[in-house]
Design a protein around this ligand. Structure first.
Ligand code: ADP
Ligand code: MG
Length: 606
């Protein structure tokens, strides 16, 4: 029998490669815009028609190509970006495989016009399904224009596979965002069906985000910055209350290239963890600057996935940088410390090599609101210590929490004073605790506040030891087989939080102690609820046992809205809340307090 292996002709090999590189119009947009960036363009125009089906054109003012290069660029493995295998480890350009133009030209009709600054005339080439149709000299501006017409004209299967115009357009717009967001020194215009839809001037990162996402992002964004020898982090996160129901607004870049990293995304989401309502995702725009030698971008043809050598360290730095910002934010919202003189909320960046500690915001360390032997309950104060003791009171002025624990090495700020009247605390609608604050009214949601207090207590984030109430008589609780397995699975955590359980039979447990005083029949209910909450939390990725059970217990044991509270109970809630690490939000990401400022009040009397 004769040999059967044949080398595929170029145009077929290109078409096959095109399947990987050009899946839809958006992929062509990505490749063309990246080439323009690599060519050093400072202005890029993107023009599309019919969601890129009939036309995708990218015009740049970059370096242009010589006549020979203009012809060569459509060959497979034609690239000016690497010369030897070693170059792969120092790649800073967007492309380097030399596949994109060859692939695009294999599945479309392409017109290229290009001219270098030093050339009198430019070159115009028409190529169709990998076949050069004509080549001429032409008059054109310095730079390159590539028009991709009738994408997939010769691959009907691909064409049929495309989604509706609105879906394909969304993909293109997303690709545009990913590039335009981070290349802030390049100005962009984007025309869709002859209509100008984006016009972006060269600007800084903050301005670019608001130019693309809207001016209301100005207040949402908080800077994240950190610099160590492994990574330089720079970017913005959105305040937790603006978290989205989908992961749409999560932009991570590595060396100015958009990249998807499940792992690093997790670092950020972990930092947000107890600040977000369930099933919401934080928005962020973050660039990581990493030595290209420590990255492998070569693992995927479209290069949005990346491998890192110092992955674990970068994870920790990233998470702590985001936490640091959130820590500042938690202090700086509602009670606006940043308007108070002397408190620097934007301290100088940490020195190189310094890994920021997780925020540990503690107030007046002399006062321990959990000093009695009981669980922090709203009923706690048996002494006459009141919440304001928790701040250092002189002349009815109260010290605000300090930032210094965060930036010990850097900042040297005076402690600001916020005046809070200590006399009047009232309950409204059996739900809100209202107190007089120097600059307005402090309004606290009793249930959410108590959830925060209990959550931090059960997470072991307070200096109070978690106690357990011995039951007079052990109580038997029984569960379904599946739930009993869950009790076993979380039994360590339950013990840490004050329960004592022994398994009696397959599905029966004997409880000998509980976190707080509970009626016998309450114990079974609470455990059922904790198991249910835990099952729900299992649906989430990266579920953390301790956190899940602490959230559940906090939710179940917190004083409920609608419950009338005594004066001292309310004062106790305020005191304990303000000694929390993150007093502003409940563990479920809901606001615990708000301030009605004096001017807002006087506004109502106009
Ligand atoms: P790669 O970007 O991986 O090198 P491409 O197929 O995208 O491969 O492009 C091939 C080559 O064509 C590039 O290396 C570059 O030299 C040249 N080229 C492509 N687009 C442009 C452009 N807009 N301006 C100048 N040169 C370009
Ligand atoms: Mg390229």
């Amino acid at each position: 029998m004769s040999d059967i292996i044949q080398i595929l002709p170029d145009h077929i090999a290109n078409q096959i490669a095109a399947g990987e590189v050009v899946q839809r119009p958006a992929s062509a947009v990505k490749e063309l815009v990246e080439n323009a960036i690599d060519a050093g363009a400072t202005h890029i125009q993107l023009i599309i028609k019919d969601a890129g089906r009939t036309l995708i054109q990218v015009i740049d003012n970059g370096c242009g190509m010589s006549t020979t290069d203009a012809r060569l660029c459509f060959e497979r493995h034609a690239t000016s970006k690497i010369r030897q295998a070693n170059d792969l480890f120092t790649i800073r350009t967007m492309g380097f495989r030399g596949e994109a133009l060859a692939s695009i030209a294999a599945v479309a009709q392409v017109e290229l016009k290009t001219k270098r600054d030093t050339d009198e005339v430019g070159t115009c080439i028409n190529i169709e399904g990998s076949e050069i149709k004509d080549q001429q000299q032409c008059a054109c501006q310095t730079g390159t224009s590539i028009a991709v017409k009738n994408l997939f004209f010769n691959v009907p299967a691909r064409r049929n596979f495309l989604k509706t115009n609105s879906v394909e357009f969304k993909h293109i717009e997303e690709e545009f965002f990913r590039t335009a967001l981070i290349h802030t020194n390049i100005s962009f215009t984007f025309y869709n069906n002859d209509k100008l839809i984006y016009q972006l001037q060269s600007c800084n990162f903050h301005q670019r985000i608001t130019a693309l996402f809207g001016n209301n992002y100005k207040e949402r964004l908080h800077p994240v910055e950190e610099s160590t020898k492994e990574v330089k982090i720079k970017g913005y996160i959105c305040k937790p209350e603006f978290a989205k129901k989908t992961r749409g607004e999560q932009y991570m870049f590595v060396n100015n290239r958009f990249c998807k990293s499940f792992y690093f995304n997790n670092a950020i989401e972990k930092a947000f963890s107890d600040l977000l309502p369930e099933k919401t995702y934080p928005s962020y725009f973050i660039n990581l600057e990493i030595d290209p030698a420590l990255i492998d971008v070569n693992i995927h043809p479209t290069k949005t996935e990346v491998k890192f050598i110092d992955e674990v360290i970068i994870y920790a730095v990233l998470r702590s940088a985001v936490k640091k910002t959130l820590g500042q934010y938690s202090l700086s919202t509602e009670i606006e410390f940043n308007t108070i003189e002397g408190l620097d909320l934007n301290p100088a960046p940490a020195p190189r090599g310094y890994i920021a500690p997780e925020p540990t915001v503690k107030v007046n360390t002399n006062y321990n609101p959990f000093s009695s032997n009981n669980t922090p309950s709203y009923r706690e104060p048996k002494s006459n210590r009141q919440w304001e003791n928790f701040f250092d009171i002189s002349n009815e002025t109260i010290e605000a929490p300090k930032q210094e624990t965060l930036f010990e090495a850097e900042t040297n700020t005076e402690e600001p004073n916020i005046e809070i009247s200590t006399s009047s605390v009232v309950q409204v609608f059996n739900q809100y605790i209202v107190s007089n604050l120097g600059s307005g009214l402090l309004i606290i949601d009793q249930q959410r506040a108590h959830e925060r207090i209990l959550y931090e207590y059960y997470m072991g984030q307070t200096d109070k030891e978690i106690v357990s109430q011995q039951l007079m008589f052990p109580v038997q609780c029984s569960f379904s087989t599946a739930d009993a397995e869950i009790i076993v699975e979380i039994s360590n955590v339950l013990e840490e939080m004050g329960f004592r359980l022994n398994r009696l039979g397959n599905t029966v447990f004997v409880v000998t102690a509980t976190p707080t005083d509970m009626n016998d029949d309450e114990i079974q209910t609470k455990l059922n609820e904790i198991v249910d909450d835990y099952k729900n939390s299992l649906m989430q990725k990266f579920n953390d046992k301790q956190q899940s059970v602490a959230m559940s217990i906090a939710k179940r044991l917190a004083v409920k809205n609608g419950k009338k509270l005594k004066q001292e109970e309310m004062q106790n809630i305020i005191a304990q809340l303000f000694s929390c690490r993150l007093p502003n939000v409940s563990p479920f990401g809901k606001k615990t307090m708000t301030i009605m400022k004096e001017n807002e009040l006087s506004e109502k009397f106009k």
